[in-house]
Design a protein around this ligand. Structure first.
Ligand code: ADP
Length: 622
């Protein structure tokens, strides 16, 4: 067996990996220096993993208790090496991690590259495929690794094109050495001053010492980074740039943080937290399997970055570090679930973030609106979930309205409510233009009653949980009855129009429609929300809102249509004309024509457009 493993084995990259390598190698990305940031970050992860494992497996560290990262370069040999004494990789891990198994991020990265600015590879780390960025500067990459656990030692080697080879090799110490054979056009990196500046630029706060050595010079190896965990430092001594670098490191976002939240919680529960509000929206924000970006430490020892319980899912865009002395170092990752201390920390963090957001909304309106544009839809998920924070989340919401292009809060809405208005009116549809042009808005615009536009898919869902704001109920204007009779119209003609001139005929028309559309419609009624349009569809009071039904259908195509209410405008000239000429028109055709019109106004695709055109033509010709 051992003999067998010694043999050099050649393997092919998984198809997606090849595609990715192709993008990386051929990119003209100007900030190629990020390869070092990615490799150092992997080394630091490997050290953190080992330190964590060593808590329970005492002998694992052996006589190498100090974990560190060493960078070496030689201009003569055209190499850069990155060495760590972290957890290392077994043969199988080398195969899985660096070549064969498509990592979940690979495809997503390729997808994202299609839509993003062509050569911007800076986000590569966000997708968990940072290792491959080494091929921006290297023609071959050798990875010599000794696993701390099973002591297997192997050399993985590849030019990033024709697959890779793997063979058994000797290595004294545990950990990994990554050797890059630097491409001709990347020799600018074979310079210790350049490398030093890259390390301090991106990796200054990596919590392990990083040493740099120029193999061609007699100069001694030198420690380059600051190393001390930033979150433990005195706030007053931390510069803005330090925070930014730390933020960039842990989040793989490369914007400036919009806000830095650094605090020390003392009392019932003790922890230090360093959290950031991003300025830009991370590319993977809406990936369903995106996890939070919080690293959990216990007294400086990294425990996990995979603790779903530490921050609510609807704050998953907030990167940061939490370090608590109240958790036992011996805690296993499984024990973090349902852990009362973690729950308390989660509550503390959530309240802190919500307070900061509310202060930002009050003081820095413009910055807040930008934040809301990027993250509002995610925050709203917090209202869909049952939790204690709805009272703090609701005032953070911002909406477009029927009034103008300005974005308003719910408190602004309450101030804008007109006399005798008792409900908060909204229209939910992900297409803002559709809302603006919908007949349902007519009366509201006429009576100057503001309507909130709920344009995020999540809106329909949270509205089911949070039905009120400060004793005012949210009311959809596309569903059920709406009584606006107590609110005066600004249009003087309304009064004389409001009573239909020809009630009997209208009633006859309603009866015809009810009969002919019996199987398609739940009811036909006179509308009090239309001023210009002849007809609309409304969801039943007890049923699902129209937009919600459309959303649900996207996921479940077999869901049956619910029957809607057809509302007709008794003052519309077409309706009046039709109701007067009922005896001369084919009732079946008339009914289906009107239903089709209502469907068109609702943005639906007609199942039989030919029928509609034929009936319409017939009516014109007559
Ligand atoms: P990511 O680090 O985001 O998971 P990478 O493509 O950078 O993605 O690395 C792939 C995987 O290879 C890592 O998750 C890790 O398991 C392994 N790996 C990379 N570098 C090292 C290293 N220096 N020591 C141990 N494992 C490593």
């Amino acid at each position: 067996m051992a003999e067998n493993k010694k043999k050099k084995e050649s393997l092919s990259f998984q198809a997606e990996v090849s595609k990715l390598l192709d993008i990386v190698a051929n990119s003209l990305y100007s900030e190629r220096e990020i390869f070092l940031r990615e490799l150092i970050s992997n080394s630091a992860d490997a050290c953190e993993k080992l330190r964590y494992l060593a808590i329970t497996k005492k002998g694992l560290l052996g006589d190498q208790k100090d974990l560190s990262i060493h960078i070496r370069l030689s201009k003569k040999k055209k190499i850069i090496e990155i060495e760590d004494n972290g957890i290392g990789m077994s043969r199988q891990e080398l195969i899985d991690n660096l070549g064969t198994i498509a990592r979940s991020g690979t495809n997503k990265f390729i997808e994202a590259m299609k839509t993003k600015k062509k050569d911007d590879l800076s986000a590569i780390g966000q997708f968990g495929v940072g290792f491959y960025s080494s091929y921006m500067v290297a023609e071959t990459v050798d990875v010599l690794s000794k696993s701390a656990e099973n002591k297997e030692t192997n050399l993985w080697s590849s030019n990033g094109k024709d697959g890779y080879s793997i063979e058994n090799q000797n290595k004294k110490d545990r950990g990994t050495i990554i050797s890059l054979k630097i491409k001709k056009d990347a020799d600018e990196f074979l310079d210790s001053i350049r490398l030093r500046s890259i390390i301090t630029k991106y990796s200054n706060y990596i919590p392990f010492p990083i040493y740099l050595k120029d193999l061609d010079s007699k100069d001694k190896e030198e420690k380059v980074n600051e190393g001390e965990p930033l979150w433990l430092k005195d706030k007053k001594k931390i510069k803005k740039e330090d925070y930014k670098q730390f933020y960039n490191n842990i989040s793989f976002n490369f914007d400036d943080p919009l806000k830095t939240i650094h605090y020390n919680a003392e009392g019932v529960i003790n922890y230090k937290a360093l959290l950031f509000l991003p300025t830009n929206q991370p590319m993977d924000l809406f990936n369903p399997d995106r996890k939070n970006k919080i690293k959990l430490y216990v007294q400086k020892v990294f425990i996990t970055d995979d603790c779903e319980e530490i921050i609510p899912h609807w704050l998953r865009f907030i990167p940061g570090v939490v370090d608590s002395q109240d958790i036992s170092l011996n805690i296993s990752r499984e024990m973090l679930q349902n852990n009362p201390i973690i729950s308390k920390i989660k509550k503390g963090i959530t309240i802190k973030i919500l307070n900061e957001l509310s202060a930002l909304a009050d003081v820095e309106t413009k910055a807040y609106l930008n934040f809301w544009k990027n993250f509002g839809a995610v925050i709203k998920e917090g209202l869909y979930e049952f939790n204690d924070h709805h009272d703090k989340i609701l005032p953070l919401l911002r909406f477009h309205t029927s009034e103008n292009e300005e974005v308003i809060s719910l408190d602004d809405y309450l101030l804008k409510m007109v006399k005798n208005q008792n409900e908060i009116y909204y229209f939910a549809n992900t297409d803002k233009e559709h809302i603006k042009n919908s007949p349902q808005l007519e009366t509201f615009i006429d009576k100057k009653i503001p309507v909130l536009f709920m344009t995020d898919a999540v809106d329909e869902f949270w509205l089911q949980n949070a039905s009120k704001y400060k004793d005012k109920t949210f009311k959809s204007i596309t569903k059920g009855k709406i009584d606006l009779s107590k609110i005066k119209s600004t249009n003087t003609k309304e009064k004389e129009n409001s009573e239909s001139k020809n009630n009997t005929n209208i009633n006859d028309l309603i009866n015809v429609l009810k009969k002919e559309l019996e199987n398609k419609i739940s009811n036909v009624v006179v509308s009090n929300r239309l001023t210009k349009s002849p007809i609309i569809l409304i969801a039943d009071e007890s049923g699902m809102d129209i937009n919600m039904e459309k959303l649900m259908k996207m996921h479940n195509k077999t869901m049956p249509d619910s029957k809607k209410i057809l509302e007709i405008n008794p003052n519309h000239p077409m309706i009046l004309k039709l109701s007067e000429s009922l005896s001369k028109i084919d009732h079946k055709k008339l009914s289906s024509l009107l239903l089709d019109q209502a469907n068109i106004l609702d943005g639906n695709v007609l199942s039989n457009p030919t029928n509609y055109i034929e009936s319409l033509t017939e009516l014109f010709i007559k």
